[in-house]
Design a protein around this ligand. Structure first.
Ligand code: AHR
Length: 518
């Protein structure tokens, strides 16, 4: 990475070569500087027993005769998520995880106990979607499961048993029970969350108290030697709670922790979140500002982690992120159902650029949540299913999964509102395993197009691309017009030796593919 002084120099040099720095956005790629991989797990998703995410979203039941399904899981959802190549899926919560007793969700469905989903609408949960249903679904999706264990209201033995149930191959009380329930082979689940939001719905603990509890839980979650080492993830900070990360880094032994989580939602004001579709220009700016704050969060939490872990062996796992608004009118306030406009596409593109650019420390992340909840990639209504603008951004960005990060310096114009400003353009770049170079660019300014000049740090033979934008910022896909917003071919990038120039329309996401590096 360049120092701040060198970054400024780079910016000044680029400004001198290409005219005044304020007239356009300039980006310098440094392809030779990196050996960092952008982990595909940055592109993870999250499925909680919340509202209509599991029931009506993923799962419609084995007996459903109107919606095509495989073992009760919607076929349209399966094929859409396979299109995204989702690398991991977090389940069963969220806050629900710390109320969930996994043994309620195994065995014959008719005899599973019902519980009340205290956090989310107080609805009755019949446990018809449990461990087997989820892990078998992950196999259909070809994605890695990420199980969140119950620390808040559970027991050490209960979580230890869950690990044995899903991961042990030989004979043992739990693996025998698994076999009795119809599954011979273990699922070999690698990713395990040790509680969720321990500072809040997970038990309102202090960081020091949680750290001690964590050590105990993590100790008894045996590896059972078939996953190559459990990837234990500690419940992390709420947004800018830097003391939480500092305490965990001080107190958790390295052999017991692979990741420390961070949750941050793009929200205007927790008491006045505003509508998902009818937002003012000011609300739009504030949402973008909150989303852009992720950059500072990642840098500051990483700096704390660097002090204790300079080799970056412990990952920062942003296992909840996305936009959070008021629920759609006349829907259950506990179900967190919201529409998804181009504002959400902006959050997604910008946030994924931030994660890519910090891939050395951010090795996993989970958008909240996959279907019908918060910043969903999919919405369902009876037999209908739509892909949101956020879906399309995730699909366009999948080229970065497990690609080699290309560091870049960017000098962006600002998106200004009432004297406040944030960068209008964000970008990230990578070299895919196929040898092609990918650059993703986002212009969050809702009114001003951005001229962008890239110095590619090498010559290429050709460029192609796709763009996601819409007629109006507040446009969205709905059940009567499912494809109003979808990616289009983008031919506006002009290549000249090592230089590339293009104009990014207002509120747009562009992903470029460069080939034939000379
Ligand atoms: O994603 C919705 C909720 O937000 C999760 O259950 C919780 O972890 C967070 O507060």
């Amino acid at each position: 990475m360049l120092s701040k002084k060198n970054q400024l120099l780079t910016v000044l040099c680029i400004g001198a070569l290409w005219g005044p720095a304020t007239s356009q956005t300039s980006i310098q790629l440094s392809p030779k500087e990196s050996s960092v991989l952008i982990s595909k797990h940055i592109y993870g998703h999250f499925a909680e027993h919340l509202g209509r995410c599991i029931y009506d979203g993923f799962y419609v039941g084995e007996g459903n005769t109107t919606i095509p399904h495989t073992n009760g899981v919607r076929n349209d959802v399966l094929s859409a998520l396979k299109e995204l190549k989702i690398p991991n899926l977090r389940w069963p919560g969220g806050c629900f995880a710390d109320t969930y007793h996994w043994k309620d969700g195994i065995g014959p469905k008719g005899s599973r106990p019902s519980i009340v989903n205290n956090w989310w609408g107080g609805v009755t949960e019949d446990n018809s979607f449990g461990t087997h249903d989820f892990l078998n679904m992950c196999e259909l999706l070809e994605t890695e499961p990420y199980l969140a264990g119950n620390v808040g209201s559970g027991e050490v033995q209960e979580l230890a048993d869950w690990v044995q149930y899903v991961n042990f191959e030989g004979r043992s009380p739990m693996s025998d029970l698994r076999r009795a329930n119809g599954r011979d082979r273990p699922w070999n689940v690698k990713f395990w969350g040790v509680g969720n939001e321990a500072w809040g719905c997970g038990g309102h603990m202090t960081a020091a108290y949680y750290s001690d509890i964590y050590r105990k839980y993590a100790t008894f979650m045996s590896d059972w030697s078939n996953t190559g080492g459990l990837y234990r993830i500690a419940s992390g900070a709420n947004s800018a709670d830097y003391n939480w990360t500092e305490t965990l880094m001080q107190k958790l032994p390295k052999n017991l922790v692979k990741g420390i989580a961070l949750h941050h939602y793009a929200v205007i004001d927790w008491n006045k979140k505003g509508s998902a579709i009818e937002y003012t220009d000011e609300q739009y700016f504030k949402t973008m500002k909150s989303a852009w704050f992720m950059n500072e969060l990642v840098e500051k939490h990483s700096a704390i982690m660097d002090k204790y872990d300079p080799k970056k062996e412990v990952a920062l796992v942003v296992d909840e992120w996305g936009g959070w608004y008021e629920v759609e009118p006349e829907t259950n306030p506990g179900f967190l159902y919201q529409q998804n406009t181009m504002r959400d596409a902006m959050i997604a593109g910008m946030t994924l650029n931030i994660f890519n650019n910090h891939a050395e420390r951010v090795k996993m992340a989970n958008l909240a949540q996959t279907i019908n909840v918060l910043q969903a990639v999919i919405l369902t209504k009876g037999e209908k299913m739509i892909k949101t603008p956020t879906f399309h951004v995730m699909e366009m960005y999948k080229v970065h999964q497990d690609a080699q990060l290309i560091p870049l310096q960017i000098n962006s114009q600002s998106f200004v509102w009432n004297g406040e400003e944030i960068p209008a353009v964000s970008a990230s770049a990578s070299k895919g395993q196929n040898g092609k170079t990918y650059v993703s660019l986002v212009n969050i300014d809702p009114k001003v197009a951005q001229k962008v000049e890239l110095n590619l740090g090498g010559s290429y033979a050709g460029v192609s691309g796709r763009i996601l934008t819409a007629k109006q910022l507040r446009d969205f896909n709905d059940f009567d017009d499912a494809n109003r917003i979808q990616p289009q071919a983008f031919s506006g990038a002009k290549l000249s030796k090592e230089r590339l120039s293009l104009s990014l329309p207002p509120f747009s996401v562009v992903v470029l593919e460069l080939n034939g590096k000379k």
